[in-house]
Design a protein around this ligand. Structure first.
Ligand SMILES: C[S@@+](CC[C@H](N)C(=O)[O-])C[C@H]1O[C@@H](n2cnc3c(N)ncnc32)[C@H](O)[C@@H]1O
Length: 266
């Protein structure tokens, strides 16, 4: 077997990432710098990474695609603001400290969980009364480091209105372009952790909302089915699962009710 194939098989076994034949050149390109750092060729690397769990973390950092954006696929944040949160507010009106748990299952470099937090700050006027937490997880340690740092240059936040920027950001560096830092009010709400969706999950739920967007495209159908079944078991009755718009659950058995494109209610 070619060393590239060994590495692709390992990415599948460890992380469920199905890299087809057309991805060989991409795999080799993404690992190129690492091979130079280690001073080895692909064959040595394939042998080493198979036996070395720490190197597997590095390899998965390099092979994952962490593309994301603030307010990506904005209909889901509108739905959170206009349907999900008002219903929860009405249902929990009498509770002194209503609990609200949201899981962002492929948080990448943080724009998605920070957008969720921004939506909460904007839409829950008595936020202090709520016991709110957004759990933001990803397999990529490199992406999570950037997510937690919460620093974004001007071009990365261009989708945000002036009002959203006031809620979500403070100016960190008055350079050109400016660099923004996520505001403390959002930072209080989000907790980051490394989690491989293919491994055991420490959390027990229930979550009122799960965002699992634009990660299932990397998985084959059986892996998607197992993942969706596990996520549903952590979703509160009446809770909402958001997936990416390119990831319809049409070939998956789930028993959820579709509510808007790529959003499903338990
Ligand atoms: C394209 S990004 C999507 C980011 C965000 N959810 C969005 O929609 O903008 C896909 C993310 O899934 C993560 N990922 C891939 N396989 C994973 C796995 N097995 N467990 C957890 N995260 C994984 C990658 O590290 C990457 O950050």
């Amino acid at each position: 077997m070619s060393p590239t194939q060994t590495i692709m098989d390992l990415a599948y076994d460890l992380a469920g990432i199905a890299l087809g034949q057309g991805k060989q050149a991409m795999v080799e390109a993404r690992l190129g710098k690492r091979l130079r750092q280690l001073g080895c060729d692909l064959r040595d690397y394939a042998q080493r990474v198979t036996k070395d769990p720490a190197e597997q973390v590095v390899m998965l950092d390099l092979l994952t695609t962490n593309h994301t954006a603030w307010l990506r696929e904005p209909a889901h944040f509108d739905d959170l603001e206009r349907r999900v949160l008002p219903a929860l507010v009405a249902k929990r009106a009498k509770e002194p400290h209503p609990k609200l748990r949201i899981w962002c299952a492929a948080a990448a470099t943080g724009e998605e969980p920070w957008t969720i937090a921004m939506t909460l700050v904007r839409s829950l006027p008595d936020l202090e009364r709520w016991d709110v937490a957004v759990l933001a997880t990803d397999i990529s340690t490199r992406a999570l480091t950037r997510a937690e740092a919460g620093l974004y240059s001007e071009d990365r936040v261009s989708a945000l209105s002036a009002q959203d920027r006031q809620i979500a950001l403070t100016v960190a560096e008055r350079t050109v372009p400016k660099v923004y830092s996520v505001a403390p009010g959002l930072r209080r709400l989000v907790h980051f952790a490394r989690l491989n969706l293919m491994e055991d999950w420490p959390m027990r739920g229930p979550f009122e909302v799960i965002f699992c967007r634009n990660v299932m495209i990397y998985f084959d159908r059986d892996t998607q089915q197992r993942l969706v079944t596990r996520m549903i078991s952590l979703l509160a009755p009446g809770g909402t699962l958001y997936v990416g718009h390119a990831e319809s659950l049409s070939s998956i058995t789930h028993g959820l009710t579709p509510i808007i494109p790529a959003a499903y209610v338990r």
